[in-house]
Design a protein around this ligand. Structure first.
Ligand code: 6PG
Length: 234
């Protein structure tokens, strides 16, 4: 990782991380729309980004130029409460006037292999993305790329059959898919993420570190997740 490309911002708490994330997403959207007429955003699953999504949903934004994709999805029925698409729908998409054709969910209900092949075709027409949102697991995973599994640098979208974080069956953008973005925004809050961030900073080949290699990366973390020296921002 070129240190010049990684911005590490420590904020007071999870609410401050959510606010900073929403502001950064809005800024990225404005720049992308001004320069290219579109904003192609890859949404993260899990719990961390939900507060930022809820803040975004109440902004007076021109949503007509937004296209939303997903970094990963769990192989569950479409209406299952544990689907990442359900969380994003509740927190953001149900609140904003995005055209139906501008939201591109991963059809993980069709099974990991079939859904991964289908999604690779969808994102082939969308890359490079403007912003990819990522969470971090306590083991350093991101999206559904988990430690201890070789990561193919050329993989756009991969099926996952043995995820240690339930459910085991998932679909994830692969290294190349996640890296095909002008900017990566990583969100990490809570003491449970501290060791993963410590390992990332120390150079461990964690999935989050392998994804965030040669692009512009902004890591927003709260004090609870902070493993030590970092530039504190109010
Ligand atoms: C998922 C996410 C996963 C998540 C991390 C962090 O499907 O669970 O894609 O990668 O971002 O596990 O999860 P939290 O934000 O809930 O801590």
């Amino acid at each position: 990782m070129n240190p010049a490309l990684l911005e590490w911002r420590v904020l007071a708490d999870a609410d401050a991380v959510a606010l900073a994330a929403a502001r950064l997403i809005i800024q990225a959207a404005a720049e992308s729309i001004e320069q290219r007429g579109r904003f192609r955003l890859v949404l993260a699953g899990g719990r961390t980004p939900e507060a930022a999504y809820r803040l975004l949903a109440h902004q007076a934004i021109d949503w007509t130029r937004w296209e939303c994709y997903f970094g990963d999805e769990r192989c569950l029925p479409v209406d299952h409460a544990e689907r990442n698409s359900q969380m994003v729908e509740r927190a953001l998409l149900s609140q904003i006037p995005l055209a139906p054709g501008e939201v591109h969910p991963i059809a993980a209900e069709r099974g990991a292999e079939e859904a991964a092949a289908a999604y690779a075709r969808i994102i082939a027409a969308a890359v490079p993305f403007d912003l990819v949102l990522l969470g971090v697991g306590e083991d350093g995973h991101t999206a559904s790329l988990f430690p201890g599994r070789p990561l193919d640098p050329e993989a756009w979208v991969i099926p996952v059959h043995d995820a240690p974080k339930p459910p085991p069956e998932r679909v994830s953008l692969g290294l190349r898919g996640l890296q095909s973005s002008r900017h990566l925004l990583v969100l990490a809050t809570g003491a449970g993420k501290r060791e993963a961030l410590r390992g990332w900073r120390a150079g461990a080949a964690l999935p989050i570190a392998q994804v965030c290699r040669d692009q512009r990366v902004t890591l927003l973390l709260d004090e609870a997740a902070n493993p030590g020296t970092g530039t504190a921002v109010s």
